[in-house]
Ligand binder design. Structure first.
Ligand SMILES: Cc1cc2nc3c(=O)[nH]c(=O)nc-3n(C[C@H](O)[C@H](O)[C@H](O)COP(=O)(O)OP(=O)(O)OC[C@H]3O[C@@H](n4cnc5c(N)ncnc54)[C@H](O)[C@@H]3O)c2cc1C
Length: 515
């Protein structure tokens, strides 16, 4: 191998996780770090503006990998388009900026599954470590960290009605902090990752800007890693493609993969780490047979229950202003299970175009947050330029459909409470005539889509399908960790950015401890 440069650590992917790890290694170790990012620098102004139009302009742009699933059998064979950030900051430069940590039971389950060190109490300190919460320090929030988190300002009157309606149905509300002591069964306004001057607080802004120019830190953009380089079973560097030229660089200590739930398993497989059978089919020499690479794909699914609004509402500057986490079934063991239903709610018509009308509107968006369905990420070829093949198998499990149907019912219960009297117009989608299970199933299959939260494809654990151990080291090789959304054994109840940042904080701590 012909290495051009040597670094102590090479981090692949400057997304939610990669930027955090780079920051902590540079701040804590007197070592050299190379951070390689396939996408561009984050200098498109739309990345930093926080209006909805700027944000949606990024989806499908060159800051997005442009992924779509294969035809999804339970969604009427539709291909679901699933944006993924390809730019400095990764998903955090194009995402909807909602700050949600998940439920304490999510992490306790990870520990229960054999992942020592990942209980809620242990992970909580990493959420706090990153955070600079404008609401101040508490047992649950941190201040002084790089990531600025704000409370949502000036929710629309109809979003305030959502919280009052939930309270009328018996949920808590009134300043409920879903990132506090208890997440579930309280209606709240979303917190958001924004800078103090109300710009996007991506991980590139929060964690990379402070270390740009540091003498031992190198970041390269438009640099797509095409394979990991091994000496026997040890990862010793990477090969990347930049401006049409291949480069090989060496890692003295470790290579850390933070490419996200689609590209991390893809890169492992391209490098010979994956199912022996699958790699053989694509002519890729085997380093280690790890059948779990690319399995266990989990994602959140949502759709809109939309209404005409009798009053004009202010334009929101968050995709969802108000929300709720709850359980759809009283038989669920609440001591161990996380809520399975989340709501987005906002003063917009967040429904498919055929249901929209030229009038003010508001929408409930039920989200399946504990899917039973599992999918896969696989290779189409051994060419790194090809996107991976995605088969999420959304709604493969009937139980998942039942949760979403309950989401429609609960939306209707909420909208029929008194706080909505002054706002409630006709139901636009699916429409009040759509009531039975078969009709609701048909609607959901026709319109449901991703919330862009793929996880789980390089899962942490100790079973045959586990890819990394609780230290996030890849089984069967040395010098290689995965640290990003792909390591989640089970998906968290809620948006996945904050959990990924916490994973990265913990990964950095473990790397530093091993030095
Ligand atoms: C449109 C959208 C909206 C979302 N909204 C929210 C939200 O409001 N709240 C929330 O909590 N979560 C949200 N998410 C999810 C959240 O952003 C992700 O969970 C999070 O970004 C995952 O972090 P990651 O580090 O695993 O991957 P990413 O953030 O995707 O980072 C991976 C990085 O690796 C780079 N990369 C990949 N392959 C290579 C390679 N071979 N070589 C070099 N670089 C490579 C990618 O270009 C990317 O920059 C949203 C996501 C999207 C896409």
């Amino acid at each position: 191998m012909n290495f051009e440069h040597t670094f102590d650590y090479i981090i692949v992917g400057a997304g939610a996780a990669g930027c955090v790890i780079a920051y902590r290694l540079i701040k804590n170790l007197g070592c050299s770090v190379l951070l390689l990012e396939a996408g561009n620098p984050d200098n498109n102004p739309a990345i930093h503006n926080t209006d909805m139009q700027s944000m949606t302009s990024l989806w499908g742009s060159n800051a997005d990998w442009g992924y779509s699933t294969e035809p999804e059998p339970s969604l009427g064979d539709r291909r679901i388009s699933i944006a993924q950030g390809k730019v400095l900051g990764g998903g955090t430069s194009i995402n909807a900026m909602m700050y949600i940590r998940g439920n304490r039971r999510d992490y306790d389950r990870w520990k229960y599954l054999g992942n020592e060190g990942w209980s809620y109490q242990e992970v909580l300190s990493y959420f706090k470590k990153s955070e600079d919460y404008e609401g101040g320090e508490s047992a649950y929030h941190g201040v002084g960290g790089p990531l600025h988190v704000i409370n949502y300002r000036n929710p629309a009157p109809v979003s305030q009605a959502f919280v009052s309606a939930a309270m009328e149905l018996g949920y808590a509300g009134n300043g409920w902090d879903c990132n506090g002591e208890q997440q579930e069964n309280g209606a709240f306004f979303y917190q958001s990752t924004r800078t103090q001057d109300n710009r996007r607080c991506s991980t590139a802004v929060a964690f990379l800007r402070p270390i740009f120019g540091h003498p031992t830190f190198t970041v390269a953009t438009n640099a797509q890693v095409t394979r990991l380089l091994f000496a026997k079973q040890r990862a010793i560097g990477v090969e990347y493609l930049q401006d049409g030229n291949f480069h090989q660089v060496k890692a003295e200590s470790e290579v850390i993969l933070s490419c996200g739930a689609f590209e991390s398993p893809k890169l492992l497989m391209l490098s010979g780490v994956g199912s022996a059978e699958h790699l053989q089919a694509h002519g890729i020499p085997l380093i280690v047979d790890l059948p779990g690479v690319g399995k266990n794909l989990q994602d959140h699914l949502l759709f809109g229950v939309g209404y005409r609004c009798k009053q004009e509402q202010p334009v929101p500057n968050l995709l969802s202003e108000a929300g709720l986490f709850t359980y759809t079934n009283s038989n669920i063991d609440l001591s161990t299970n996380s809520p399975n239903l989340q709501f987005f709610f906002g003063p917009v018509q967040f429904v498919e175009p055929q249901y929209r009308v030229d009038s003010p509107g508001f929408t409930f968006a039920p989200i399946l947050v504990q899917p039973q369905s599992r999918g896969t990420v696989s290779l189409i070829s051994n060419n790194p330029k090809d996107l991976a093949v995605l088969r999420p198998n959304y709604l493969q499990s009937e139980a998942d459909l039942d949760v979403l149907i309950r989401g429609v019912e609960l939306s209707r219960e909420l909208v029929n409470t008194r706080p909505f009297d002054e706002f409630r117009g006709e139901e636009l989608a699916p429409g009040i005539a759509v009531t039975g299970k078969a009709e609701l199933r048909a609607y959901i299959c026709q319109v449901a889509s991703t919330v862009w939260h793929p996880v789980g494809t390089c899962k942490m654990g100790g079973d045959n399908d586990a890819v990394v151990n609780p230290l996030l080291q890849v089984y069967g090789v040395e010098g290689l960790r995965v640290a990003d959304a792909s390591i989640m054994p089970t998906i968290t109840s809620g948006n996945t950015n904050a959990p990924t940042i916490a994973i990265a904080e913990k990964a950095a701590d473990m790397i530093i401890a091993a030095r």
